[in-house]
Design a protein around this ligand. Structure first.
Ligand code: 6PG
Length: 239
């Protein structure tokens, strides 16, 4: 399902509403809500929206558990840290216990960070593959999502839940949840804004062939739902 909004503000209000609805549903059904946050610049506005009283007061934050879909291999206080961005724009404003927050650790090496995070997920989801209730994702102009970049080995990972991922763009190595985990989510929500993403949005949502040329095309939840929240600028070639 694709939903197109006039602008970033309207999209973030819709995103906050979706977050609250999914959280309430999961807490009623299973007593807890697990969510994996995305990184990059787009989600910051959404997090700031959810941090507003009118949204966060609707939620029992004791029963909300926060994970990340990917992270840059940097310390938690680094400007490029997805964890830092989420703490600054959301987590510090809501009454969530620190023990409910599961950042991707900055270990000695990216592989060690990935292994440690897989352990964290295995403790939270002991029975089988993790079924995270809501996974938020973004989209890169090259068609990457989370830190699953075109051409990276991480694309072909079928057994590990978390793995390191190299990016062609200059910058720190990454740690990312793998497709088997992302595609087991209850709901995957892409949030994409800006005209620079329009061509890739068209390639993915209006493909000319059945080939899966871009990593984001391989987000196909096994049993869960998939939704795209787009602003007019990002949707201009499909609407
Ligand atoms: C990251 C993200 C990445 C992001 C896209 C879009 O850590 O950078 O998880 O997948 O969602 O690169 O980034 P923007 O929102 O900044 O355009």
């Amino acid at each position: 399902m694709n939903k197109i909004y006039q602008n970033m503000n309207e999209l973030c209000v819709a995103g906050a509403n979706l977050f609250v609805e999914e959280a309430q549903k999961a807490i009623v059904a299973r007593g807890r809500f697990s969510v994996a946050l995305s990184g990059g610049s787009t989600p910051r506005r959404l997090f700031e929206e959810i941090a507003k009283k009118e949204w966060h007061e609707k939620l029992d934050w004791q029963r909300i558990f926060v994970f990340w879909g990917d992270e840059r291999f940097v310390p938690a206080d680094d400007a490029q840290s997805n964890q830092k961005m989420a703490r600054e724009s959301l987590l510090r404003y809501v009454p969530i216990p620190e023990e409910n927050i599961f950042p991707i650790p900055f270990a000695e090496t990216p592989i060690e960070s990935a292994e440690k995070y897989e352990e964290v997920l295995k403790q939270f989801f002991p029975d089988s593959w993790p079924q995270i209730d809501l996974i938020l994702l973004g989209l890169g102009p090259d068609g990457h999502t989370a830190s699953l970049f075109p051409g990276s080995d991480a694309l072909n990972e079928e057994t590990r839940w978390v793995c390191p991922s190299k990016t062609k763009v200059p910058g720190p190595e990454r740690i990312t949840l793998t497709f088997p985990v992302l595609n087991r989510a209850g709901l995957v929500c892409f949030m994409v804004t800006g005209k620079e993403k329009a061509e890739m949005v068209k390639q993915i949502l209006k493909p000319v062939s059945t080939e899966l040329n871009y990593p984001a095309q391989r987000i196909q939840p096994l049993t869960g739902q998939l939704i795209w929240l787009l602003d007019q600028a990002a949707a201009q070639l499909i609407s």
